[in-house]
Design a protein around this ligand. Structure first.
Ligand code: PMP
Ligand code: GLN
Length: 446
């Protein structure tokens, strides 16, 4: 009989030691308790078009009862077919739906399968900061070593009075090349970036592509916000650059694409010899994803593929709608003393709150990072929820955006207006209500 105590025997396995509990959980708990206006998490609080939800109902009620049973493990045939049709057009090469694609539980599982399926003990992984925060723990769980490089504000393109755009945040080419060496296995790219909204330009992607080829490195391109692109910016898939298909895994999300984050369905596509490694992780973890949800997403994609160039295509509707919301948020943040970084894509806006510091009593919160203190104080005392951007940085660089918050602007016009009013009341400033952001009529779709 063992005399080891239960506590000693059932500790977290070594590979997970050092991980901290998710800050998302803490903020969701605070949201449930204080019920602030939720500009925190990345999802819409409005209705999604009925044809999207109808597709799920139709799938579940399909006379073909097989739709409610297990489907092919690495992707429901109808969905991989639809995705292959779409992405073959977009990347200008025929994607084999069977061998070059995997369906996952959200982009999150696609990231997990990609990292688990490629990173070994001691492998180095380059992560561009700010980054979607799961990248770092996922790499560490595999024994990988994250090597961070921050996007820095390029002072030559900005002046103190001008508006700052996410394109003003750039990588230093020398610093980037300095991170590549024979141990480098992977670089993780996120364009459009969460939380900055930066859309990497062709020149920037070409630099990354050259280094990946020079040092024989795999590029993981997290493109979950691929359809949310504003102004003259263009979403460029790095796998389309010369020599990059062979070494890129591209990740997408139906939750983000169709504004149904609760459906938690994502995918990865890339060359068969890389995708097979993801399949190995997936088959030993999730095995297969819910069939009716995959069927519904396939139905919706089939419809959108037929009208890709039409303004009625959801991808175009979404980008146009989000641009208006982005502009309204930028306006009310500016009017209330926060300096936003105007995002080129995605649905998040980071904003500097330094000018408001004297209006908040941050001594009441105990966190080390100022943005954690500020956002928690705001939840409890003002009633608006933002996420703290320092969570999207490595320990070394957390101070870089400690005086910023991240707001999600994919909220109803009514709720954005309410948030604007709450901030106005708090800062004591007067602002005008814009006509185009009055409450939406009840039946208005997104
Ligand atoms: N990557 C990024 C950059 C994200 O912001 C998110 C959050 N949606 C994910 C991946 C995960 O996406 P999903 O909800 O499809 O798992
Ligand atoms: N990606 C979303 C966000 O950044 C949701 C977070 C998550 O998936 N944990 O808000």
């Amino acid at each position: 009989m063992s005399c080891q105590s239960i506590d000693a025997k059932f500790q977290l396995p070594q590979r997970y030691q050092g991980q901290i509990q998710s800050f998302w959980d803490e903020y969701i708990q605070l949201t449930l308790k204080y019920k602030p206006m939720n500009l925190g998490l990345g999802f819409t609080d409005g209705p999604v078009p009925q044809y999207i939800t109808d597709a799920l109902a139709a799938a579940a009620k399909s006379p073909n009862s097989i739709v409610n049973q297990y489907t092919r493990g690495s992707g429901h045939p109808r969905l991989i077919q639809a995705l292959s049709t779409l992405y073959s057009q977009l990347v200008d090469r025929k994607i084999d739906p069977i061998n070059e694609m995997l369906i996952t539980i959200g982009a999150y599982e696609a990231l997990y399968a990609t990292i688990q399926g490629h990173v070994d003990e001691g492998d180095e992984v380059i992560i561009i900061e700010p980054f979607f925060e799961c990248y770092e723990p996922m790499v560490k769980i595999c024994g990988g070593v994250p090597r961070f490089i921050p996007l820095r504000l390029n002072n030559t393109t900005t002046s103190s009075n001008s508006e700052i755009n996410s394109s003003d945040y750039v990588l230093d080419d020398g610093e980037l090349e300095g991170l590549f060496n024979e141990k480098t296995k992977m670089i993780i790219l996120n364009t459009p970036n969460n939380p900055l909204g930066k859309v990497f330009s062709r020149i920037e992607l070409t630099k990354i592509a050259e280094l990946c080829q020079k040092y024989n490195v795999l590029c993981v391109s997290d493109e979950v916000y691929e359809w949310m692109i504003f102004d003259d910016n263009k979403h460029i898939r790095i796998c389309t650059l010369p020599g990059m298909w062979e070494r890129t895994i591209t990740i997408g999300s139906a939750g983000k694409t169709f504004s149904v984050t609760g459906w938690k369905t994502g995918w990865a596509y890339g060359p068969a010899n890389l995708i097979i490694n993801l399949k190995m992780v997936h088959q030993n973890c999730v095995y297969n994803c819910p069939t009716p949800i995959q069927e519904a997403i396939a139905i919706i994609f089939e419809g959108e593929i037929k009208r890709l160039d039409s303004p009625a295509c959801y991808f175009n509707v979404l980008a146009a709608e989000l641009k208006k919301k982005r502009d309204f948020m930028a306006e009310f943040l500016n009017e209330n003393g926060m300096k936003p970084i105007i995002p080129q894509g995605g649905f998040f806006m980071t904003a500097n709150w330094s000018a408001l510091e004297n209006k908040a009593d941050l001594s009441t919160e105990l966190d080390t990072q100022q943005d954690f203190r500020f956002t928690k104080w705001m939840i409890k005392n003002v009633g608006v929820l933002a996420m703290p951007p320092s969570a999207f940085f490595s320990d070394t660089n957390k101070s870089m955006m400690e005086h910023f918050v991240r707001y999600c602007f994919f909220k109803t016009d009514e709720n954005l207006q309410t948030a604007a009013n709450i901030l106005k009341e708090w800062t004591g400033k007067v602002m005008t209500i814009r006509q185009n952001c009055l409450p939406a009529p009840p039946n208005d779709s997104i």
